[in-house]
Design a protein around this ligand. Structure first.
Ligand SMILES: Nc1ncnc2c1ncn2[C@@H]1O[C@H](COP(=O)(O)OP(=O)(O)OP(=O)(O)O)[C@@H](O)[C@H]1O
Ligand SMILES: [Mg+2]
Length: 179
């Protein structure tokens, strides 16, 4: 089953002399269960593409269909629900909420959805990500690798339809040292 289809996606930032064509006519599709890696040099548009697929940025033109639905035809409220339930976005620079602790950051999409946290899933996630004992720590009290793993936990907590991971192993060495 096709889960994601992208048609002729273009993203242009800025205008005139400052214009940057970050994406230019991108089309592809992904089936459920497929794993797709996007590679390219710095500045080639990888993060821009993932941000648009996760609906935290909008395309200049082109279409994104997630599970058959035209993502950018949704209104703001529908888009907010889409971001929380269907997409797990692991940001290149983590994007954790500085005033929330590890546990609160991981469970944020569930809480924002007004749902009850599945405590056994949360504990499983914390264990899997080697974050035991850090549950009450704020992001600025964590190493880069720990922050990255909190970001991974937040993306997976809601069991989304698709996980969009932007360089999610950039701090992998730290995981190796600490485990
Ligand atoms: N908000 C923005 N305003 C203007 N230009 C932007 C903006 N965001 C990204 N760009 C530009 O768009 C291009 C693509 O950037 P993007 O962050 O998608 O690259 P990337 O492939 O993820 O790079 P890296 O490997 O360094 O993370 C770059 O030229 C960048 O300068
Ligand atoms: Mg990037």
């Amino acid at each position: 089953m096709e889960i994601l289809r992208v048609e002729n996606l273009t993203k242009v930032y800025g205008q005139g002399e400052n214009e940057v064509r970050a994406l230019d006519g991108i089309s592809f599709s992904i089936k459920q269960g497929e794993f797709l890696a996007i590679i390219g040099p710095s500045g080639s548009g990888k993060s821009t593409l993932l941000h648009i697929l996760g609906a935290v940025d909008v395309p200049t033109s082109g279409k994104v269909y997630m599970e058959g639905k035209d993502v950018f035809q949704q209104n703001e409220e529908q888009l907010a629900i889409f971001r929380r339930r269907q997409v797990g976005l692991i940001y290149q620079f983590y994007n954790l909420i500085p005033v929330l602790d590890v546990q609160e950051n991981i469970t944020l999409p569930v809480l924002m959805d007004g749902r009850k946290v599945n405590q056994s899933r949360l504990q499983e996630m914390i264990k899997m990500l080697h974050l035991q004992g850090r549950e009450k720590h704020l992001p600025n009290q964590l190493s880069g690798g720990q922050q990255q793993r909190v970001s991974i936990g937040r993306a997976l907590m809601n069991e989304p339809s698709i996980v969009l991971a932007d360089e999610p192993t950039g701090a992998y060495e730290i995981v190796q040292q600490k485990s």
